[in-house]
Design a protein around this ligand. Structure first.
Ligand code: HGY
Ligand code: MN
Ligand code: MN
Length: 434
C-alpha cells in the first residue's frame, strides 16, 4: 500500500494522508513500547551502558531493520542504522536523537525523534529507491548525562570529541565509565572509533519535542529551530562547620545549608535579571541529621543562554556574588565544571528546508522559528556537519517529567514535515564539508 502512496505521482491526497496517519501512529505507539524498558518500575529511567540501554538498542534495532536499515552498535554504544544510496559508501544524511533519559522521565524526549527518523527512512526508501546519498539513523546512547555527569557521551564521540579523562567519571554506585563500557561489551580504549569524518556526512537533522510552552502558546504544532542554547553544568560546594543544632549560638555558626540556600536565591535573581536560564536541580546537606548544623552543602547548577557570551557573563556574576556572600558568613565556596556545550546555530539551508516542509504540511502560515532552550545531540553534531532541527509541540511545555505529552495528530504532521525536509536535503545541492 505504501509504494505508490507518497511522492509527486500521489494517486490521492487521501491515500497519502492515510500513509502519514499510519506512520505517525506507529511512531507515537513505539514511544509507549520503548517506555516500558526502564530500570525503575513505574517510572521511565534508561541510562547509558546499562542492561536497559542494551534492551532498548535491541528493540529499536528491530524497528530500524524493519524499515530497511542495516544496524550496528558503534564503539560508543550508539545504535546506528544505515541504508545505502544508489551506490555503496556514499556520504549520508544523518538523522536521529537519543534513547537515554533523565530520572522519572517522559516518553518522548529523545525517542520521538528516533521514531520519526525511522518512519522517514521507511517512507523515503519506497519513493527514492536510488537515493543520491545514504541515510543513517542514530539512536544516541547518552544525551542527558544522567549516569556519569558529563552529557552527550553518545554523540560527542561520533562528532570526534572524546576526552579520555571522561572514562574516570563514576556513577552513583562508584562504577567508572571505563568499567561500564567493559560491562557493556565495548573496549573503553576504542571509543574514538565511533567518530565519523566530515566527508562522510551531508547534514544532521533531528526532530524533537520543544520541551517548552512556546509552540503551544502560538497554537502551532511544529516549529523550526534557529539555534541551540549553550550549556554549562557545575557541582557547587559550600563548606562551613558541623555543630550541635541546640547548643550552637547563631553568631558562632558556619551553616553551609543557609549559605547554599542564599546562593540559590542569588542565582535565580541574577539569571532573571540577565534573561539567562539557571537551575539548581539537586542539593544535599551533610551530615544531613536533624540536630546538626550542616557543615557542607553540595548542589548542582545548570546554566544556559542563547549565546555563550551571555551565559559566561552570567556565570562570572554568580561566582562573584556567591563567593562574597559566603565570605560574609565565614563559609568557603568551591565549584567544579562538569559539562560544557557551546551554543550552535542551525544551517540556513537546513532551516529553510524544515520551514518549507512545515509550511506545506500544516498550512498555518508563517512558520514559528525559535531557539532551543534545551540541549540536544545536534549541538555536538554541529562540530561535524551542518545541523537542522524540527520542533514538535508538547502539552503545557512539560518535559523531563512523566506528564510529558504530545498529540497523535502533531506526531503525524511531524512525520510528514520531517520526511519532506529530509527529502529536499537528499535531492538538493548540499554535499559534505570537504
Ligand atoms: O538538558 C537538556 O537540555 C537536555 O534535555 N539534555
Ligand atoms: Mn532531555
Ligand atoms: Mn532530548
Amino acid at each position: 500500500m505504501r509504494s505508490e502512496a507518497y511522492g509527486p505521482s500521489a494517486t490521492s491526497a487521501r491515500l497519502q494522508a492515510a500513509v502519514f496517519e499510519a506512520a505517525g501512529r506507529r511512531a507515537y505507539d513505539r514511544c509507549d513500547e520503548l517506555a516500558a524498558i526502564t530500570e525503575v518500575r513505574g517510572r521511565i529511567q534508561r541510562l547509558h551502558l546499562t542492561p536497559q540501554h542494551r534492551m532498548a538498542n535491541n528493540l529499536v534495532g528491530q524497528w530500524m531493520r524493519g524499515a530497511g536499515l542495516a544496524t550496528r552498535i558503534d564503539a560508543a554504544g550508539n545504535l546506528v542504522g544505515r541504508i545505502e544510496g544508489r551506490e555503496a559508501r556514499l556520504p549520508a544524511v544523518v538523522l536521529g536523537s537519543h534513547i537515554d533519559t533523565v530520572p522519572d522521565a517522559g516518553r518522548y524526549d529523545g525517542p520521538l525523534g528516533v521514531m520519526i527518523a525511522i518512519e522517514t527512512v521507511e517512507l523515503l526508501r519506497e519513493v527514492m529507491p536510488m537515493m543520491p546519498c545514504a541515510l543513517e539513523v542514530y539512536a544516541f546512547s547518552d544525551e542527558e548525562g544522567t549516569r556519569f555527569g558529563s552529557a552527550l557521551l553518545g554523540s560527542n564521540p561520533v562528532a570526534g570529541n572524546w576526552k579520555p579523562e571522561w572514562l574516570d567519571q563514576t556513577d552513583q554506585r562508584g562504577t567508572t565509565l571505563r568499567q561500564a563500557f567493559r560491562d557493556f561489551g565495548l573496549d573503553p580504549n576504542r571509543v574514538t572509533e565511533a567518530a565519523l569524518r566530515p566527508e562522510q556526512v551531508v547534514a544532521y537533522l533531528e526532530a524533537h519535542i520543544e520541551q517548552g510552552p512556546l509552540l503551544e502558546a502560538m497554537g502551532r504544532p511544529l516549529g523550526v529551530v534557529t539555534s541551540i542554547a549553550g550549556a554549562r553544568r557545575f557541582a557547587l560546594t559550600v563548606t562551613g562547620e558541623a555543630r550541635h543544632s541546640g547548643g550552637t549560638p547563631y553568631d558562632r555558626r558556619k551553616d553551609a545549608l543557609v549559605g547554599a540556600s542564599q546562593a540559590v536565591l542569588a542565582i535565580e535573581s541574577i539569571a532573571k535579571r540577565r534573561g539567562i536560564i539557571a537551575t539548581v536541580g539537586a542539593m544535599h546537606a551533610y551530615p544531613g541529621a536533624v540536630n546538626v548544623v550542616p557543615g557542607r552543602a553540595e548542589f548542582s547548577l545548570d546554566l544556559r543562554a542563547e549565546t555563550d557570551r551571555e551565559r559566561d557573563d552570567g556565570w562570572a556574576e554568580i561566582l562573584d556574588t556567591v563567593t562574597s556572600n559566603c565570605r560574609l558568613r565565614n563559609l568557603q565556596f568551591s565549584w567544579v565544571e562538569e559539562h560544557r556545550a557551546r551554543a550552535v546555530t542551525c544551517a540556513p539551508d537546513l532551516m529553510a528546508a524544515v520551514e518549507a516542509a512545515i509550511s506545506r504540511v500544516d498550512r498555518l502560515g508563517e512558520v514559528p522559528s525559535l531557539y532551543s532552550r534545551a540541549g540536544h545531540d545536534a549541538m555536538v553534531m554541529a562540530d561535524l556537519t551542518d545541523i537542522g532541527m524540527l520542533f514538535v509541540r508538547c502539552e503545557d511545555g512539560i518535559s523531563h517529567a512523566p506528564t510529558e505529552a504530545v498529540t497523535m495528530s502533531d506526531v503525524r504532521l511531524a512525520v510528514e514535515a520531517f520526511t519532506a525536509a529530509v527529502r529536499s536535503v537528499l535531492t538538493g545541492e548540499r554535499r559534505p564539508h570537504a
